[in-house]
Design a protein around this ligand. Structure first.
Ligand SMILES: Cc1ncc(COP(=O)(O)O)c(C=O)c1O
Length: 442
């Protein structure tokens, strides 16, 4: 075993881990040291079935040869090129390949390095777009309760997860929120999109009436909210949001950081629901999570509105040192090749019914108060332990890891989102692990 793998608890203090119970982790560390296809291997040599595609990102599975080779080759050929006022061929190739698979009309791509950066890029683009069009009063941003749009200031301002917001001051001004669409009293144990709740989209009309459309730049929603515990849009809800935004000249932003790249069985949620936004934020699956990358897709009208003024002038004062980094681009091209060769962007469609049945077979198991599913996403909501919210789900997570499955929990909800290469046998295995865990926890 190499020195790298001999990590003892005494070595763990320097790293302040993100979104982690640091003290608990460091008492009983959970370490992965390698991965292949659907499995991780732990530092004590156990195989763990990946029920979450890492963090909703490893859609093509782990250590896939096309991606590894592309990265290795690119690192030896052109490691870095300045992102501002310079280019390199594969960033243009990648943008074209992405536009080819994007919903019709989304013709331009702006590169970032994460979902959070994609979100803040999209919000800035929306405000700047109205300004270049002569509507500089349109600065308000509308998000949604329980929305997750990353951790930067724009994202937490439009987001709606209390613990991600309450520690960080007053956030952006001029932000309002629509209600979330989680209605367990009416929709519990729905299979796929729930029946009830489309009328919640009318809350946007109320907000528009309050502030006046002329002050509102954009509405941002996750078509399916993932990080907040898998909340699905009720039938017809997204269509209504689209209609209201169009009617009032408000841009509609879909945050597709988790729904993009095949998660629902279609390339994007916009395709799945037949609703095209004006701007679409992505990250994660664009490069299979292997090298950090994000991509913001934009309609032609929005891009073209910036292309005015003297030609030597920068049109949009925004970008990152690593926007379109060559190695990230190589990883993304290897990822797109893998998706294409294996049909992964639509594979979820054929597996979804099997996935749905397997998930819903957990109905009636201890603690389960709701099950939700769409594409290759699933959520099992547990009754919280009175006075100790989140504890039950966290125990489930730790037990599942010990038994050989990686699951994810937020609040008291278990969220599952396996790599899109999962087999039916592995679906059974994953669900059996969850069943055993539910039967073994208090
Ligand atoms: C919908 C959505 N937006 C934004 C983000 C933030 O992405 P990142 O962690 O890459 O910044 C996430 C991450 O899970 C997400 O689910």
């Amino acid at each position: 075993m190499s020195n790298r793998l001999k990590v003892t608890p005494n070595d763990l203090s320097a790293f302040w881990m993100p979104f982690t119970a640091n003290r608990q982790f460091k008492q009983a560390p959970r370490m992965f040291v390698s991965a292949k296809d659907m499995h991780y291997t732990t530092s004590d040599g156990r195989k763990v079935l990946d029920g979450t595609a890492g963090l909703w990102c490893v859609n093509a599975g782990h250590c896939r040869p096309k991606i590894t080779e592309a990265i290795q080759h690119q690192a030896a050929e052109l490691d870095y090129a300045p992102a501002f006022q310079m280019g390199h061929p594969i960033v243009f190739e990648l943008a074209n390949r992405l536009v080819d698979i994007a919903p019709k009309g989304m013709d331009h791509v702006f590169f970032t390095n994460s979902g959070s950066e994609s979100v803040d890029t999209a919000l800035k683009m929306a405000i700047a777009y109205h300004r270049v069009k002569g509507e500089g009063a349109r600065t308000r941003l509308i998000g949604r309760e329980r929305g997750y749009h990353g951790v930067n200031f724009g994202g937490i301002s439009v987001g709606g997860i209390v613990s991600n917001r309450k520690m960080f001051g007053t956030l952006l001004g001029g932000v309002d929120h629509m209600p979330h669409t989680h209605l367990p009293e009416k929709n519990a144990f729905s299979k796929g999109v729930p029946e009830y709740g489309a009328e919640l989209a009318n809350e946007l009309e109320r907000i528009v009436t309050l502030h006046d459309a002329s002050t509102i730049a954009a509405v941002i929603v996750e078509p399916v909210a993932g990080s907040t515990g898998v909340i699905l849009p009720p039938k017809g809800y997204l269509q209504k949001l689209r209609e209201i935004c169009t009617k009032h000249g408000i841009l509609l932003i879909f945050d597709e950081v988790i729904t993009g790249f095949g998660r629902l069985g279609a390339p994007f949620a916009a395709d799945y629901f037949g609703v095209t936004p004006d701007i679409m934020t992505t990250a994660k699956g664009v490069s299979n999570g292997v090298i950090p990358m994000g991509a913001v897709f934009v309609k032609k009208e929005i891009h073209d509105a910036f292309m005015t003024g003297p030609e030597h002038m920068i049109e949009f004062f925004h970008g990152y040192t690593y926007s379109g980094n060559p190695i990230a681009c190589a990883a993304a091209l290897g990822t797109l090749d893998t998706y294409k060769e294996e049909g992964l962007l639509t594979r979820g469609e054929e597996l979804a019914p099997y996935w749905e049945d397997a998930l819903h077979s957990l109905k009636g198991e201890p603690h389960v108060i709701d099950i939700r599913n769409i594409g290759l996403i699933g959520a099992i909501e547990l009754a919280p332990i009175p006075g100790s919210p989140t504890k039950r789900a966290f125990s489930a997570f730790v037990k599942a890891f010990e038994r050989g499955a990686l699951i994810r929990t937020t609040g008291d909800i278990i969220a599952l989102s396996p790599p899109l290469i999962i087999t039916k046998g592995q679906i059974n295995e994953l669900i059996d692990h969850v069943r055993d865990v539910l039967r073994s926890i208090d």
